[in-house]
Design a protein around this ligand. Structure first.
Ligand code: MGD
Ligand code: MGD
Ligand code: SF4
Ligand code: MO
Length: 739
């Protein structure tokens, strides 16, 4: 074939949780067009403007293609051997002196969008054995993972709305029309929501801002930020007090119902109305409407997690799903069944160990470990504070916490105090500019892909994998190999290790433990594919749809999946209770002790005065957290990092539309352009996150042209939901003055 001939390639988009199937036109070694893949049974042709940016990302001259090494204070290109040799020279002595905990690990959002990173970061973390593990999860969804773990027994047993069959969808603190869904993989949410309304169903949105999703809804209820737990408690109180609870089929699978009525009794609609900014009558009506809908689902996301009562709110979302008989029912909130890697399809069905938290605590603040992680908000103090267990070396993988986490300025100072910082990333950005060694990952187009986590959160069961679209540049390792080499260095095996042989050795150990006498045959069947692909084949073949290495001839395997470029549909969500449960009791634990106890904190806080002005975040279609502002196709157009202010607040504060204003909190401030709009409720200002690209040393030429204001510069790294350790990013008091 002549190199200029056009070919079509199919690739799952790695840029958000929707995981859309894309059809890429490839010509002359470059991607020349990006479309949604209409033949993909899961995403059905959906795509958003970010997909087109995959091409910009691939071609971005600022994207790193060579490792960098700090020499004389400056990050300079080096060879891979030099980079690993430097790490091997510096890291083992730090571990020898300070122990395993001297190495901190931080994983960022794109880790979950790259098969090699997700599978091998977990392995690296286990092998190193450090307690200092951090990730974007504690800036995001940890409350949902904790509440799901407590209710259902596993961190990723998160029920999602069965949107195609529901008649009523209540959305709190999420804007899936823009975000394309989170902890709910639902490409084309907007189309599905319109279809819901077209068939006579209802969409209700609870959000301080009339979002793009709220604009589509039958009803928008503006809520004071941080008050969701109170709203949901009152709704549960109404259902219980008015005898509207119907557990249906779940009755025999639920524990803890008797205590629930007492626990929520103090939170009547009248008691919480002021805190929520929603009338008691409206709260009561909402509860009754939800209870009387034939098939309904409640869904809460970012807004309900990134607040002081994030775990309570996340728990109550599912309490309402249970109380209304909608959990695990078609048209309600259901558990997907992932084809591979899902803990809730493994081990004994219906019962397990549940989840444990607080098995250890962070050294400085005493924050409990959750899901093996410490709150990212603790990282700076763990680096700064001397003593046994102090973080002296740091490995960051695909993360930019200097912008994406509260009070990045403090973290940036702390990073400069490290003895060694290694970053696996594709840019020199606000965080990696602090590194001593930067190891670049491949462009997503150069790697095969399978979504390890998202099928467990998907609107429909499916299996899809993408081969690499473009060849990998000679000499550049895949990210899983980079992580494996780092693991070898940490374990004293040396940087020069043969990564493929080491990987095969580790796989043999794993399979040996799991498959016993069958291990040699299993290893033989997995063959000599690269590491992550072998793990995927193993996961698929031993998974719930798998071929069981020949036992189920029509079952799934990597070979079978690879032969289906658009993916394989595995049907609508099916009821999974009790099989999905992994609690010790084998029941849904409706009132876990930890949450019952947290209700006292909420009750004591019910009458706290509401600040005059609080800040919330805002996601935008042409932006993705902190890292896609360097891509021309997304960066063009009107500047979007504006502060939305309600007309009544603007008048009160003397702010004009288009004027610049200073936002101040916690003794820090940023400046942004004001956009006066009744889209936000009075008393709330909305500013997007992930901006602030004006820090010296970052190499993001496009982003630096319009740096924007960093919302997180205002926030407090110590303010967390104490149960999950999740940062409070929403509802923080701010002062707003003309600049
Ligand atoms: N105030 C406020 N703060 C927030 C949020 C909010 O709503 N409000 N949202 C939070 C949420 S939900 C999240 S998930 C976090 C995200 O915060 P982070 O985990 O910091 O993720 P990103 O900001 O998306 O930055 C991604 C990083 O990965 C790098 N990267 C991109 N692609 C690749 C790749 O293929 N390989 C490698 N190795 N690196 C890559 C980028 O260069 C960048 O450094 O931000 C959180 N911060
Ligand atoms: N285009 C785009 N898509 C993205 C991302 C992106 O940056 N850009 N980021 C991706 C990531 S990492 C994630 S985690 C997902 C997140 O996806 P979503 O969960 O949909 O997150 P947001 O769009 O931030 O929506 C959160 C909503 O909560 C509202 N809110 C704030 N505080 C409160 C509160 O106290 N109560 C209630 N009820 N609402 C509140 C905000 O106004 C906002 O509308 O999006 C993903 N998709
Ligand atoms: S919605 Fe998400 S997965 Fe789909 S094309 Fe856009 S960024 Fe990619
Ligand atoms: Mo996120």
């Amino acid at each position: 074939m002549p190199p200029s001939a056009e070919t079509l390639a199919y690739r799952i988009c790695p840029l958000c949780e929707a995981c859309c199937g894309l059809e890429l036109t490839v010509s002359g070694g470059a991607v020349t067009a990006v479309r949604g893949d209409d033949a993909d049974p899961f995403s059905q042709g959906h795509l958003c403007p970010k997909a087109v940016a995959l091409r910009d990302l691939h071609e971005d001259p600022d994207r790193l293609r060579q490792p960098l090494l700090r020499r004389g204070g400056v990050l300079e290109p080096c060879t891979w051997d030099e980079a690993f040799a430097e790490i091997e020279r510096r890291l083992p002595p730090i571990l020898a002196a300070g122990g395993r905990d001297a190495l901190g690990l931080v994983a960022g959002n794109p880790v979950v969008h790259k098969m090699g990173l997700l599978l091998y970061f977990a392995r690296l973390a286990r092998a190193v054995g450090t307690r200092n593990i951090y990730s974007a999860a504690t800036l995001d969804q940890m409350p949902k993972q904790l509440s799901s773990g407590l209710l259902f027994g596993h961190w990723l047993s998160v029920p999602v709305p069965d949107i195609e069959r529901t008649g009523y969808l209540l959305v709190l603190g999420a804007n899936p029309v823009v975000s394309n869904g989170s902890m709910w993989t639902v490409p084309g949410f907007e189309r599905k929501a319109r279809a819901l309304r077209a068939r006579g169903g209802k969409l209700v949105v609870v959000d301080p801002r009339r979002t793009e999703t709220a604009a589509l809804a039958d009803r928008h209820l503006p809520i004071r930020p941080g008050a969701d737990a109170f709203l949901l408690l009152a709704m549960a109180q109404v259902l219980l007090a008015e005898g509207r609870v119907r557990l249906g089929r779940l009755a025999e699978h639920v524990a803890g119902l008797p205590g629930l009525a007492d626990a929520v009794a103090p939170f009547t609609p009248e008691r919480v109305a002021g805190r929520c900014g929603i009338g008691a009558g409206q709260i009561r009506d909402l509860a009754r409407e939800l209870a009387s809908a034939e098939r309904a689902a409640v869904y809460g996301r970012m807004g309900t997690c990134t607040q002081e009562y994030g775990t309570l709110a996340s728990w109550l979302v599912d309490v309402l799903n249970v109380l209304t008989g909608n959990l695990d029912e078609p048209g309600g909130a259901m558990f997907p069944r992932a084809p591979a890697f899902a803990a809730n399809t493994q081990s004994r069905p219906g019962q397990g160990k549940g989840v444990a938290v607080g098995r250890r605590r962070s050294r400085v603040s005493g924050a409990p470990e959750v899901m093996g992680e410490l709150p990212l908000g603790c990282l700076a103090e763990e680096i700064e504070t001397p003593g046994q267990g102090q973080v002296r070396a740091l490995l960051t993988v695909a993360t930019n916490p200097v912008l994406s986490a509260p009070n990045g300025a403090r973290l940036a100072r702390a990073l400069d105090g490290l003895e060694l910082m290694v970053s696996v990333d594709v840019y020199v950005n606000e965080t990696t500019r602090h590194a001593h060694v930067v190891l670049p990952g491949l462009s997503p187009l150069e790697e095969p892909h399978y979504d390890v986590a998202f099928p467990q959160l998907a609107w429909r069961n499916a299996a899809r994998m993408s081969p690499a679209v473009l060849p990998r540049p000679a000499g550049q390792p895949a990210e899983w190999e980079i992580l494996l080499r780092l693991q070898a260095i940490c374990l004293g095996l040396g940087a020069g290790i043969d990564a493929a042989a080491y990987d095969a050795e580790l796989l043999a150990e794993e399979v040996g433990r799991a498959a016993g006498p069958q291990a040699p045959a299993v290893l033989q069947a997995l063959g000599g594919r690269p590491g992550p692909e072998r793990l995927l084949d193993l996961g698929l073949r031993t998974g719930p749809y798998g071929d069981g290495f020949g036992k189920v001839p029509a079952g799934l395997s990597l070979a079978r999946l690879a032969a289906a470029p658009h993916g394989i549909d595995l049907g609508p969500l099916q009821p999974r209770i009790p099989e999905v449960l992994r609690t010790a009791s084998g029941k849904i634990e409706l009132l876990p002790d930890m949450l019952r106890a947290d209700l006292f904190r909420a009750a004591a806080d019910l009458d706290r005065p509401v600040p005059a002005l609080v800040v919330v975040g805002r996601r935008q279609l042409r932006s993705n957290n902190s890292w896609m502002h360097n891509l021309p196709v997304l960066a063009k157009g009107p500047f979007r990092c504006t502060a939305l202010v309600h007309p009544s607040d603007a008048a009160r504060l003397g702010l004009r539309d288009g004027a610049r204003a200073r936002l101040a909190a916690n003794g820090r401030s940023v400046e942004a352009e004001v956009q006066v709009s009744d889209e936000v409720m009075p008393g709330v200002v909305s500013l997007p996150h992930g901006w602030g690209h004006d820090l010296p040393g970052a190499r993001l030429r496009v982003a630096a042209e319009r740096p924007g204001a960093n919302l997180n510069a205002l926030l407090d790294e110590g303010l967390r939901d104490p149960l999950s350790g999740n940062a409070v990013l929403s509802g923080v008091a701010v002062e707003l003055t003309p600049a």
